[in-house]
Ligand binder design. Structure first.
Ligand code: 3PG
Ligand code: MG
Length: 399
């Protein structure tokens, strides 16, 4: 890999130079209060920011948050993130209330050596995500004007062909930050020669989101355990009734085909927790998968499933886990995710947790983060890496 790194940049000396850092500060926010519910992605970029601050750079950080539609939208402001980042860095973060406008220009111009600025949400600008190269390029020009060098530490966004990820590095000397390097190093272990047995656990709501990675992983893995909302489409493909559970009707045939080709590698739940409604206090029971009542919906995998999946995980030497097993945010439907997470930590394996949601689940359930080999900050990014796709953000660093 011909990628220059943060250490290369530091060796050149960055004191007094403006360094533009693309971070992924897309943290989950509480719907009511707007408070940050998991600051893992902010913490993950601290090693890179700390090194630049320590070396006396003028550090200009940019990020997206959520999916605003190319115009300012207060619910997606990075303002609260600037506050939290400042607390974690132990120094104030100068927040610009726009991304490339007057506030950004003066904030960057006023930075002293070793200070940090955060620009407002990149996606408040249509140019960031535009499919039109010229529109993206024009926005990238404005961003690039804030830096003498560019550091990509936004692993969670490397699969996006966006201005700040793909076009800015074409305009500035560019390097990979510590987080991006570590993520690529770890994930490349899974794609090169994983120690066997290699067991993958997939959850989350939609089969359609995971189809490409399932296709890519099937020939490689020894076992593929499927839970979460998407298991119901697989159960339906086995001819079972799934009540009012999440179901992607147009994927049933695809799932049937995958099961046929899987040669028994795919393991599905044998019992599920079904509820009257999608609500924390809904009445619920555990039933075998061939006994899901027509008026109820499955919100977690059951204890027999946890036992079966745990038995499959126990001999593993390499484990990748993406996606919760159930609605872990509601305590009544958290046992499946907790049980699988515990089984992963107990196995004598190199374990990688991929994805915003599964990483947040690990922390929300109070599990010890250090008992996993690596917790990725990238959901879609880690899946696309495992699919073997070219990631625009990585490709841009290689040139
Ligand atoms: C993520 O949360 O997966 C990353 O921050 C990328 O966000 P996106 O899916 O909105 O591009
Ligand atoms: Mg995503």
């Amino acid at each position: 890999m011909s990628i220059r790194t943060l250490d290369d940049l530091l060796a050149e000396g960055v004191a007094g130079r403006r360094v533009l850092v693309r971070a992924d500060l897309n943290v989950p926010l509480d719907k009511q209060s707007g408070a940050i519910t998991d600051d893992g992605r902010i913490r993950a970029v601290l090693p890179t920011l700390g090194a630049l601050v320590g070396a006396g750079a003028k550090v200009v950080v940019c990020s997206h948050l959520g999916r605003p539609k190319g115009a300012p939208d207060p619910q997606f402001s990075l303002g609260p993130v600037a506050g939290r980042l400042g607390e974690l860095l132990g120094a104030p973060v100068h927040f610009a209330t726009d991304t490339v406008g007057d506030s950004a220009r003066s904030t960057v111009a006023d930075l002293a050596d070793g200070q940090v600025a955060l620009l407002e949400n990149l996606r408040f600008n249509a140019g960031e995500t535009s499919k039109d190269e010229a529109e993206r390029g024009a926005f990238a020009d404005q961003l690039a004007a804030f830096g003498d060098a560019y550091v990509d530490d936004a692993f969670g966004a490397v699969h996006r062909k966006h201005a700040s990820v793909f076009d800015v590095p074409a305009r500035l000397p560019h390097v990979a930050g510590r987080l991006v390097l570590r993520e690529v190093e770890v994930l490349s272990k899974l794609t090169s020669e994983p120690e066997r047995p290699y067991v993958v656990v997939l959850g989350g709501s939609k089969v359609s989101d995971k189809l490409a990675v399932i296709e890519a992983l099937l020939p490689t893995v020894d076992r593929l355990l499927i839970g979460g909302g998407m298991c119901f489409t697989f159960l339906k493909a086995q001819g079972l009734e799934v009540g009012t559970s999440l179901l992607e009707k147009d994927m049933v045939e695809t799932c049937r085909n995958l099961l046929e080709r899987a040669n028994g590698k795919i393991l599905l739940p044998v019992d599920v927790v079904v509820a009257d409604a999608f609500a924390p206090d809904a009445a619920h029971d555990t039933v075998p998968v061939d006994g899901i009542p027509s008026h109820r919906l499955g919100l977690d995998v059951g204890p027999e499933t946890v036992a079966g999946f745990s038995a499959a995980l126990s001999p593993a030497k390499t484990i990748f886990w993406n996606g919760p097993m159930g609605v872990f945010e509601m305590p009544a439907f958290a046992a499946g995710t907790r049980g699988i997470a515990e089984a992963i930590t107990k196995a004598d394996a190199f374990s990688v947790v991929g994805g915003g949601d599964s990483a947040a689940a690990v922390r929300a359930l109070g599990l010890d983060e250090t008992s996993f080999g690596h917790i990725s900050t990238g959901g879609g990014a880690s899946l696309e890496y495992l699919e073997g796709k070219t990631l625009p953000g990585i490709a841009a660093l290689e040139n």
